[in-house]
Design a protein around this ligand. Structure first.
Ligand code: NAD
Length: 265
């Protein structure tokens, strides 16, 4: 465990899966949290479980694709905690569709949150970070962590729109990192297939396309992981902890594969 005592972290898509695991990890490391999600009931459940441990939490029930959402998220966070030290831009969606069947609506649905909202939440948060003093002398004014994917590194079958949205995350991470250095660090994480609700959906949609039994797509993916098991949200949270901590203060513009060796580039 690292020490994030007093650090204010905003985590989007925090109601479940990878976002919830990152929130729990940050809470155990002493951070104060702003948890954001479109799904109110699940968000409240995750936030309440963390609050029970005595951690300060602000829950923000918000659809991040709506106009003005990024600015209002930053305003609410700053009103509550006066600053934002870490942003984890994690909220995301997927639809598994063959290339020839993918519609404009599919593309927009995926890109609106994965790429567009991520970009503007990053921009609004960076503007706040640039007005802050560092938590201690010589440290960056803030740290941004974007959730990309190994699918953003190589085009994946049935994931055309999703892969493109995650490639956009990697590129906007590099752009923001170049412009904001040395004041704010910006990095991304590229998980492999992680055992969350998102993969239950992927497995179901993929199995339907190929006429395979439900569960078989995930099983094949997990069995193919060189490290010998399916990836868990806590594996991603460990990297998010490193990228939020002082240990990564000299690192920016990077996109880390956390995938048990699935992609070796
Ligand atoms: N599960 C995987 O295998 C995997 C692999 C690589 C990358 N990722 C990425 O990691 C992130 C988290 O994935 P997960 O597996 O935990 O997914 P998940 O579906 O379990 O959780 C995603 C969360 O984002 C929230 N969300 C979606 N749209 C939103 C919006 N418009 N506004 C606010 N919140 C919204 C959802 O309500 C949900 O709580 C995503 O960006 C995903 O693309 C996941």
């Amino acid at each position: 465990m690292r020490d994030l005592s007093g650090c204010v972290a905003v985590v989007t898509g925090a109601a479940r899966g990878i976002g919830a695991a990152i929130a729990q990890r940050y809470a155990s490391e002493g951070a104060k949290l702003v948890l954001v999600d479109i799904e109110q009931e699940a968000l409240n459940k995750t936030a309440d479980a963390i609050k029970e441990k005595g951690v300060e939490v602000l829950s923000v029930n918000l659809d991040l694709t709506k106009p003005g959402a990024a600015k209002s998220l930053v305003a609410e966070s700053v009103e509550k905690f006066s600053r934002i030290d870490v942003l984890v831009n994690n909220a995301g969606v997927i639809r598994v569709k063959p290339f020839l069947d993918t519609t404009e609506e599919d593309w927009d649905y995926i890109h609106d949150i994965n790429a567009r909202a991520l970009f503007f939440v990053m921009q609004a948060t960076a503007k706040q970070m640039l007005q802050q003093s560092p938590r201690s002398n010589g440290r960056p004014l803030g740290k941004i962590i974007n959730m990309a994917s190994v699918a953003g590194r190589t085009g994946r079958k049935f994931m055309g729109a999703y892969s493109a949205s995650k490639a956009a995350v990697i590129m906007t991470t590099q752009t923001a990192a170049s412009e904001l250095a040395p004041r704010v660090t910006v990095n991304s994480i590229c998980p492999g297939p992680v055992d969350t609700d998102m993969w239950i959906k992927i497995d179901k949609e993929w199995a339907a396309i190929e006429g395979r039994p439900v569960g078989s797509v995930w099983k094949d993916r997990a069995n193919a992981v060189p490290m010998g098991r399916g990836e868990q949200p806590t594996d991603v949270a460990a990297m998010a902890s490193f990228l939020a901590s002082e240990d990564s203060d000299f690192i920016t513009g990077q996109s880390y594969h956390v995938d048990g060796g699935v992609l070796m580039l």
